[in-house]
Ligand binder design. Structure first.
Ligand SMILES: *[C@@H]1O[C@H](CO)[C@@H](O)[C@H](O)[C@H]1NC(C)=O
Ligand SMILES: *[C@@H]1O[C@H](CO)[C@@H](O)[C@H](O)[C@H]1NC(C)=O
Ligand SMILES: *[C@@H]1O[C@H](CO)[C@@H](O)[C@H](O)[C@H]1NC(C)=O
Ligand SMILES: *[C@@H]1O[C@H](CO)[C@@H](O)[C@H](O)[C@H]1NC(C)=O
Ligand SMILES: *[C@@H]1O[C@H](CO)[C@@H](O)[C@H](O)[C@H]1NC(C)=O
Ligand SMILES: CC(=O)N[C@H]1CO[C@H](CO)[C@@H](O)[C@@H]1O
Ligand SMILES: [Cu+2]
Length: 586
């Protein structure tokens, strides 16, 4: 018998109550819950260094690649002193932030061994010892690497408890250093980053991330910009001290509860591919950009400064969109990816085009204090004429009927629904001290245990005042709809989410709305807006609807969490364990 499970899970992010400081004023210590009274970074001239691409390593050869984490120094700008970082590479000399771009091929397994060569006794950023974190007995800096967006065996997924230190100590979920990536999913841009329990926010800021490209030429539309006309962009914001070191809060919003934890980290310095505000020379032709938001908490809402230019978005987290979208604005939350084309032939040579950002922080309402003018421009394109002896190649923007496969997951009345809440809780004095999924903590027993091959609907209920980018490991999902509801009546139990909007007893305050355009296609991370129920449809199979080519029930299991890293590190993360379906059920 199939159970019509309608599971009501209440994830509690108790009212985030971020009463933000007055517009335009610098927030004083602990004011407004962000607790970021950081000194501004040293000012530098923007757009003086050319954009670079991280080194590329082909991992489709069948050979195992060894990637190490090292302590390095790197210059973000010619006028800035060197910054100490932890970063990935094949040697201490070549390690960089971002790390090398790993290029895999669909259908060919690849093998990466991750080693920890960080010799520090302690992290160079302040670890909040009051939080649930790896806390190695013998000291050292624990790491574990997650392939974000990857359809992988859980032993190779980088479970937050599968950490290891350079001293040889390992976490409770550790099984191996040698990871196997199936690369069974469509062509897409994934990324790898540290995922150690309780310190992911420190490690990401410290530099432990890089891109991972799955190539599948068969899927590519014809004549897309390629080679030097296809660029990968990885964007972060950081705050720096005058000596170049990373500036991270050392006093928390509620220091009696969590000595140094702050609800969101925002930096005033934009780093693109490891450089502060680089520029890029472009010829008057089409370029393809594949972009990752690797910020701890910042959303980017991007526009192009030239009125004639538009973005042609062709892909998202999980690969190509069904149809290209021509848009003026692109929005990108932490961990999301965008794939888009800009046609610079529309502007005259010798002009400058800026990639500007108007995203508020915290998103979506925000406080101007956290989005200083320095964060409003990410990159400068200098449009230059091609040399006379160089014939510009001709590229196409794919036409509507030639892009990705339709993303379709069939649901029925019997499809299992999980209702999951996002809440924050405070210290009694309106200072937020943590965020929860379904009212549960990271250490609480697993509650999300989907059956292999099954389909589920997740209705995610935001009871906080911020948007949360929710990320689910292993699978990609579709955002079906979002719908505003009366949070006060809901919280008092005076209405029901089971009743349609026009019913007087319903909590909904509007008819179901379509997802935003940047949430179309296969997503592995999507934004749940405040005061809304956002519905995801998930299928616990490959993206194509087939059984995983590995045993997804084995190993330590997976996780789902908010990708605002300061939330993730402070309990806004839950385990996720696949189970084999009861064979007698249909
Ligand atoms: C992991 O990879 C290393 C280096 O290639 C190899 O020596 C070792 O035997 C592998 N371990 C396992 C358990 O496969
Ligand atoms: C975009 O950024 C440039 C450079 O910082 C600035 O001059 C321009 O005013 C910005 N445009 C918009 C629309 O914000
Ligand atoms: C074009 O000319 C420049 C200088 O005359 C030379 O350096 C370059 O290699 C030439 N490029 C091609 C594609 O022939
Ligand atoms: C919920 O109902 C109770 C009892 O009728 C009432 O006192 C309370 O104000 C209601 N809450 C809201 C938010 O409407
Ligand atoms: C999942 O579906 C495949 C066929 O698509 C089937 O062979 C397999 O037994 C199913 N697995 C489970 C655990 O039900
Ligand atoms: C209980 C709770 O935190 N409710 C909040 C949900 O989101 C709305 C809209 O942002 C807030 O007004 C509520 O306070
Ligand atoms: Cu995440």
């Amino acid at each position: 018998m199939e159970t019509k499970a309608r599971i009501l899970l209440t994830v509690c992010l108790l009212g985030s109550v971020l009463s933000l400081g007055a517009a335009g004023t610098a927030p004083s210590e602990n004011e407004g819950g962000i607790c970021q009274s950081l000194n501004p970074s040293p000012q530098v001239q923007p757009f003086v260094e050319e954009l670079t691409q991280p080194p590329v390593i082909d991992i489709s050869t069948g050979q195992q690649l060894t990637l190490g984490a090292y302590k390095i120094k790197q210059k973000f700008h010619p006028d800035l002193p060197e910054t100490t970082l932890y970063a990935f590479g094949t040697s201490p000399e070549t390690a960089s932030s971002p790390g090398p771009t790993l290029v895999a091929r669909r259908g060919i397994e690849s093998y990466v061994r991750y080693e920890n060569h960080i010799e520090d006794e302690e992290h160079f950023l302040t670890v909040d010892q009051s939080m649930h974190w790896a806390n190695p007995k013998y000291g050292g800096v624990p790491i574990v690497v997650h392939l974000h967006g990857g359809e992988v065996l859980s032993e190779s997924d980088g479970h937050p408890g599968a950490w290891h230190t350079s001293k040889g100590e390992v976490g409770p979920a550790f099984t191996t250093f040698n990871y196997t990536y199936a690369n069974s999913q469509p062509a897409s841009l994934l990324w790898y980053h540290d995922h150690t329990v309780g310190i992911t926010r420190l490690h990401m800021l410290a530099g432990m991330n890089g891109l991972y490209l799955i190539k599948s030429p068969k899927e590519d539309p014809q004549n897309l910009p390629t080679e030097e006309f296809e660029r990968l962009l990885i964007i972060q914001d950081k705050q720096l001290h005058a000596d170049g070191s990373i500036n991270f809060p050392t006093i928390g919003v509620s220091p009696k509860v969590h000595p140094s934890w702050c609800p969101e980290y925002y930096g005033d310095t934009i780093i693109v591919n490891g450089k502060a505000w680089p520029y890029m020379n472009v010829y008057p032709t089409k370029y393809r950009f594949r972009m990752l938001n690797a910020a701890n908490a910042r959303y980017f809402v991007m526009t192009l400064s030239h009125p004639k230019l538009r973005f042609y978005q062709i892909g998202t987290d999980g690969g190509y969109l069904e149809k290209p979208l021509k848009v003026k604005t692109l929005t990108m939350g932490p961990a999301e990816r965008l794939d888009f084309i800009i046609d610079f032939s529309k502007v005259s040579p010798d002009s400058a085009v800026y990639l500007n950002n108007s995203g508020n922080a915290p998103y979506p309402e925000g406080d101007p204090a956290f989005s200083p003018p320095s964060t409003k421009t990410l990159l400068k394109f200098k449009v230059i004429s091609a040399p006379e002896n160089f014939t510009l190649p001709h590229f196409d923007i794919p036409s509507s009927d030639k892009l990705g496969k339709r993303v379709k997951i069939r649901t029925s009345k019997d499809t299992k629904v999980r209702r999951l809440t996002l809440t924050e809780y405070d210290d009694g004095n309106e200072n937020p001290v943590g965020s929860l999924l379904n009212g549960l903590r990271w250490r609480d027993p697993v509650t999300e245990t989907p059956d292999l091959n099954s389909t589920e609907i997740w209705e995610i209920i935001n009871l906080t005042e911020d948007a949360h980018p929710i990320h689910i490991h292993l699978v990609a999902f579709r955002v079906k709809m979002q719908q505003s509801f009366d949070t006060a009546r809901y919280s008092d139990g005076n209405c029901s989410l089971d009743l349609p909007y026009h019913d007087p007893g319903s909590c909904y305050t509007e008819a179901p709305q379509r997802p935003e355009r940047h949430h179309l296609g296969w997503k592995d991370t999507a934004t749940v807006y405040p005061g809304k129920v956002t519905t995801f449809v998930l299928r616990w199979t490959t993206r194509e609807g087939e059984e995983f080519p590995f045993d997804a029930t084995s190993g330590p299991g997976y996780v789902w969490h908010c990708h605002i890293l300061d939330h993730e590190d402070n309990d806004m993360m839950r385990p996720l364990k696949m189970i084999a379906q009861n064979p007698s059920s249909p």
